[in-house]
Ligand binder design. Structure first.
Ligand SMILES: C=C(O[C@@H]1C=C(C(=O)O)C=C[C@H]1O)C(=O)O
Length: 292
């Protein structure tokens, strides 16, 4: 979130949704970049690099990248922003005073980055990198390199992890924007939510925040965007027939949203609501309940 950017109505649902729409582009283009490299599965395996073990770090290559990058960004006060959430626990304090952001969200500790890291490394990378590994495999086999390594590993561990961090940060921002969506919906009609928050009825809360028509439009838009953005063009700018096949598996992008990003965003909305009344007095809750 920008420090001195004056936001007219920070809880406008249309404005928040426009930010989610813009993040689709960031995520699609980052996935196109990741698809240029092989799966390189060893960068996701804890303990796979003896050099990291010798440094006393027992996590994966990617977790080491996250720790190092997020440590630097934390010192530059990145994680004092209400729309930034780290994957790494126990980061250093900022070296400069935090920015005084407007208090838009209610205090909460919702952070689902562990789930994001898990589904990204286990379900998304193997499919997104598939096009590159198949292409790479052909190249390696043409050079007489055969066996499993012809599909899985191109040695670009630094490039792959650097792009992975960019994808993870974009997905994390998108999913945790669910808090702003949730606050917007709550403040528009607190009385609809309060009884279900008090009774911890997560199914009722999920039903209140879920908008199937919004989700369907998003998935339609996403498929068209991913197909267009992954399109290859001839030197004169003419689109190549079937030009998107080598750059990105479009179905994987749509399924990433349908089966992971959207459900996790809904989870964030519900988890945020469950903390929305914490610390409020009965009088304060009653005031919200009668708010028109
Ligand atoms: C984000 C929203 O809340 C829910 C989650 C959505 C998503 O993750 O794209 C879309 C619609 C809702 O089901 C919203 O209402 O815009």
């Amino acid at each position: 979130m920008h420090a001195n950017y004056v936001i007219e109505d920070p809880l406008s649902l249309d404005r928040i949704r426009s930010i989610l729409t813009r993040l689709e582009d960031t995520i699609i283009f980052s996935l196109i970049e990741r698809a240029q490299f092989a799966h390189n599965s060893m960068i996701y395996q804890r303990g796979a690099f003896k050099e990291l073990l010798e440094l006393g770090f027992s996590g994966s290559w990617l977790e080491w990248f996250l720790k190092e990058i997020e440590t630097f960004h934390a010192k530059a006060r990145r994680y004092t922003s209400p729309d930034e959430y780290p994957f790494t626990a126990s980061l250093p304090a900022p070296i400069i005073p935090p920015i005084k952001y407007p208090k838009i969200l209610y205090p909460n500790n919702v952070n689902v980055n562990a789930s994001i890291l898990s589904f990204y490394t286990c379900a998304i990378v193997p499919r997104i990198a598939l096009s590159a590994t198949l292409k790479l495999g052909c190249i390696k086999r043409a050079n007489g390199i055969t066996g499993d390594d012809a599909h899985e590993d191109d040695g670009n561990y630094g490039s792959a992890a650097t792009i992975d961090v960019e994808v993870l940060q974009a997905i994390s921002k998108r999913v945790h924007y669910g808090k702003f969506v949730s606050e917007s919906k709550f403040i528009a009609d607190p009385a609809a939510f309060i009884p279900h928050i008090q009774s911890r009825n997560t199914d009722a809360l999920a039903a209140l925040i879920t908008k199937p028509e919004v989700e369907q439009r998003l998935l339609q838009r996403l498929r068209k965007k991913a197909t267009l953005y992954a399109q290859d063009f001839a030197s004169d700018g003419e689109p190549l027939k079937d030009g998107s096949k080598g750059k990105l598996d479009v179905d994987s992008v749509v399924e990433l949203y349908e089966h992971y990003i959207i459900p996790l965003t809904r989870d964030v909305e519900v988890e945020y609501l469950l903390q929305r009344l914490e610390g409020l007095s009965p009088e304060e809750i009653e005031k919200l309940n009668t708010q028109t």
